[in-house]
Write a new protein. Structure first.
Length: 328
């Protein structure tokens, strides 16, 4: 996890209340200088109106509260397990601290023991973000990375500190047996708006006839909301929607030759940005999975990313970047 992401996620727990205070007292803020005297002299007190002195004192209290929160002692207890609850030995636990106000916080890492337990101690901060990882495992968003408050109470984005006898649990998904796949990274494909079909090859080979056909019908996109519809088909094969993040084996049966995405202008949750994932069984017996992001509108296009197993009949679509098939 990048340190910036850690700090972004945990800063809300402490500083949003302070920022709200600034926003609801604009006149007080505007009247005061940026520098905050720690202890006004008797002469200063004599010339500063009482109201301004009260405002300065309130600001000093806010700053003191923030400084105190940033200096809260942290002792963190965690455990790393896999999707079946088994300990993940010697996983890496990287952490970022919210321990500075106007600059990036400190960060570091520790390693779990043979039973998946780890402790982070001897550090200070208002909050800590922890991200676990290990070679041979997938990270799971919001399960492999979590945020905890120490200088203030937990909220919807961060949790209270875990005690020693009940450590925070982080989950990693153990990899299966990745195989060599043809991988085509995000590519943009323009799609006609009035039903004409465009042919797309999931292997990325431009000179070969496409194995995915796509059409769209787009209403008056100058008006919001508008009707839009896409149709996808695999000649001689079919499609099944893929819904699970770690579902890497293509189904053996029950494919649909055509699928349709239909968004009516009066849909309760209308949107003109949508992402779908599908398994595809091709006409030549090969299997693939792909994601498609729809961008209906005046500039009508989709963005595709695909993984194709080159071996006919093999339904394993778990990808290892080190085993990517290089096309001639």
């Amino acid at each position: 996890m990048k340190k910036s992401r850690i700090v972004f996620g945990i800063c809300f727990a402490v500083f949003i209340p302070a920022l709200i205070w600034w926003l609801i007292h604009p006149s007080q803020v505007a009247e005061q200088p940026l520098s905050i005297p720690r202890q006004p002299s008797a002469a200063t007190n004599a010339i500063i109106p009482q109201k301004q002195q009260e405002n300065l004192e309130t600001r000093r209290q806010v700053v003191a509260a923030i400084e105190s929160a940033l200096n809260a002692p942290i002792t963190f207890y965690g455990k790393v397990v896999d999707q079946n609850g088994s300990p993940v030995p010697f996983a890496r636990a990287a952490y970022g601290l919210l321990d500075k106000f106007n600059e990036s916080g400190s960060n570091g890492h520790v390693d779990a023991d043979a039973n998946g337990f780890f402790t982070i101690q001897g550090v200070r901060g208002a909050a800590i973000g922890v991200n676990v990882s290990k070679s041979g495992y997938y990270q799971i968003h919001k399960v492999s990375d979590q945020y905890f408050s120490y200088g203030s109470g937990g909220d919807s984005m961060s949790k209270p500190p875990p005690p020693r006898d009940n450590p925070a649990v982080f989950v990693l998904q153990k990899m299966g047996e990745p195989v060599s796949l043809i991988f085509v990274s995000s590519r943009q494909v323009d799609v006609p708006r009035a039903g004409q079909s465009v042919s797309i090859n999931l292997a990325g080979e431009q000179a070969v006839e496409g194995n995915l056909q796509m059409s769209s019908w787009i209403g008056d996109s100058n008006q919001r909301p508008f009707d839009w519809r896409y149709q996808l088909s695999i000649p001689g094969g079919g499609l099944i929607e893929r819904k699970a993040q770690f579902d890497f084996e293509a189904p053996n049966a029950n494919y649909q030759s055509t699928v349709e995405i239909n968004m009516a202008a009066d849909a309760e949750q209308w949107n003109n940005r949508l992402t779908k994932e599908y398994f595809a069984k091709l006409g030549d017996g090969r299997f693939a999975r792909f994601s498609v992001r729809f961008y209906p509108g005046n500039r009508n296009f989709v963005v595709l990313e695909s993984y194709l197993n080159p071996t006919p009949g093999s339904r394993n679509l778990e990808f290892d970047p080190a085993k990517v098939v290089k096309l001639p």
